[in-house]
Every structure is written in C-alpha cells, then in structure tokens.
Design a binder for this molecule. Structure first.
Ligand code: MLT
Ligand code: MN
Ligand code: ZN
Length: 310
C-alpha cells in the first residue's frame, strides 16, 4: 500500500495566514528550520495508479498541483482520484470537496452524521449537486454500531474499517457539545495482499482500550499530532481553549492520562507518525528539544509530500 501525505498541518496550515506567533513568524522569516504545511489530507493507493483521498483539504488545488501522482493521466479531462473518505465534517477536512467540482461525480464515503452536517450546517453537498454531484456511500457508524467494514470500487485489495472514536463535532454542528457516534472516525486500512495495516486518525481526543487495540494491530500509525501540550494555545496567548476542549490528545500527558507519545510507545507499529500538526506545536521546529524527544522514541513528524510504502 502506498500512502501519500498531501497536507500535514492542522486547520489554518503552517504558517497560518494571520498568525505572528514565534513559530509562524520564525518560519516566514527563515529563522527556524521548519517547513510550511498545508491542511491535513492523505491519499492511499494499492497500485500507485488509482488513489483514495482521506479528507478533502481546503488546500486541495495546491496539493494536487504539487503531487504528480495525482495529475491527470490520459484524455482531455482525467483524475486518478477515485473516491473520498471523510473522517469528520470539520472545515479543514471537507471544504476541498468544492475544489473537485470540475471533475466527475464524487464517490463519497462518510457516516450519517457527517452527511447530515454537510447538508445542513455546512451544506456543501447541496451546493455540489449543481456541479459534479456526489454519490453517497453511507458508512454505518451510528447509534450502537461503532465500527463498519467497507470496500471501495476499484480497490479490491484494500479492506477499510471505520471506527467511531472520541473527538469533537465541528463548531457549527448541533452535536458540538455532545458528540454522537459517527461524528469522528478513524480508519484501519488493510492490504489483503500482504496483511499490512495503516491506522489513520488525524483527530483523536482520547485513546481508550478499543483505540489502543486497533493501534496495536497496525504496522503504521498516522495519528493526531495537533498539540504538544494540553495548554499550548493558552500559553502562547493564541486561544483560551485546551487541547481537550478542541478534541485532540496532546503528545505529552499529565498525571491523569497518557499522552500520544506514551500511547505510541505502547504499540509495536514499525512506523509511528504524527500528522495534523497545529501551527502552535513546537515539533514544527526541527531543532527543538521536543523534536529530539520524538526522534529518541522513533516517532516521525509527517511533512507535505511524505511517501510511505507499507
Ligand atoms: C481542529 O481539528 O481542531 C481544527 O484544525 C480546527 C479548525 O479547522 O479550525
Ligand atoms: Mn482539524
Ligand atoms: Zn502561529
């Protein structure tokens, strides 16, 4: 299986357009060893020819331009992007659908909650009906059903499983204050040819026994790297919100719970990679002590253009 990181930043990307924090300003001025990052999305392929997008970033146009793997191949109009799977209905994960409107009808895989948000609070799908249209493939993760296995046409060797995870519905969603099953999913993708598995979860608020079990079953983890610390945004004066209030497990835990670094250390995955890095996270600075700590644990930080062959 081939995995292509199209965007490794959180909402806003890095540097964020209106942000003058130490990291954003330092990146702009070239004072830091830190690469710019677009908003998070990856593409997955079994053969390097056809690709499934996992989330559709607002930066999709730039991401496709930057990656020849996703350029048109033959014919006057063409795309190797055959389907889109959504992890949630957050702006940084869905608004790229509008950027695909010039193409063919979009085969879209999402949960009932996400389809609901995208036809009510943020009615992108209603709008797209007037352009390319979308073909809905409902992932039955709702109510008391917390996982669902599914296939995607044209990707016979990949088996996908959607797993409901703790997270946060978008600020505009009626479920913002009370998450329901299906607002946030993680994906386990298994290549049936060699049994290798990817666990992808760019927004993961908590790792309980179920999530840990899924992570332990994976060869590669590509997980929530939004925040280093719980109160990072507050400390930097950027926001009053904690990582928990935003639905993200920070890399460093406290007395009450383990952080993502501890969680990843508890698994035997061959590749442990953080993605969806917020512009406030010190790991963006490649010379930082935090980055050295990750290196010491064999944990990688995803970058735009990163390719992983499992
Ligand atoms: C989040 O995951 O919390 C987002 O990156 C927030 C946003 O899109 O603004
Ligand atoms: Mn986000
Ligand atoms: Zn910033």
């Amino acid at each position: 299986m081939k995995i292509l990181v199209l965007g490794s930043g959180a909402g806003g990307g890095f540097p964020q357009w209106n942000c003058n924090c130490r990291l954003c300003a330092g990146q702009r001025q070239g004072d830091l060893c830190a690469h710019a990052r677009t908003q998070s999305s990856i593409a997955v392929s079994a053969d390097g020819e056809s690709w499934v997008l996992l989330n559709a970033s607002p930066d999709i146009g730039q991401q496709i331009r930057n990656h020849p793997q996703l350029h048109p191949r033959q014919g006057l109009r063409d795309t190797p992007i055959k389907a889109v799977v959504l992890m949630d209905a957050q702006i940084d994960h869905v608004t790229g659908l509008l950027g695909l409107r010039e193409g063919p009808c979009i085969d879209l895989y999402a949960t009932p909650c996400v389809f609901e948000d995208l036809t009510t609070g943020l009615p992108l799908l209603n709008v797209l009906q007037h352009y390319c249209g979308t073909r809905w493939h409902m992932l039955p993760v709702a109510g008391n059903q917390s996982s669902a296995q599914f296939e995607i046409d044209g990707f016979a060797s990949l088996r996908f499983t959607a797993l409901a995870i703790p997270g946060m519905a978008p600020p505009y969603s009626p479920h913002r204050r009370e998450q329901v099953v299906g607002d946030n999913i993680a994906l386990l993708i298994e290549d049936l040819r060699d049994g290798r598995r990817l666990f992808y979860s760019p927004g993961l608020a908590e790792v309980g026994d179920t999530e840990l079990q899924w992570m332990c079953d994976a060869d590669c983890l590509l997980v929530d790297g939004t925040f280093w610390e719980e109160d990072e945004m507050q400390r930097a004066g950027l926001s009053g919100k904690t990582a928990t209030e935003m639905g993200h497990l920070p890399q460093i835990g406290g007395t009450a719970r383990a952080g993502m670094v501890d969680v990843m250390n508890a698994t035997t995955a061959r590749r442990k990679v953080l993605i969806h890095i917020n512009n406030s996270n010190p790991i963006l600075d490649e010379a930082s002590a935090q980055r050295r700590l990750l290196d010491a644990h064999g944990i990688e930080v995803a970058f735009d253009g990163m390719e992983i062959t499992l």
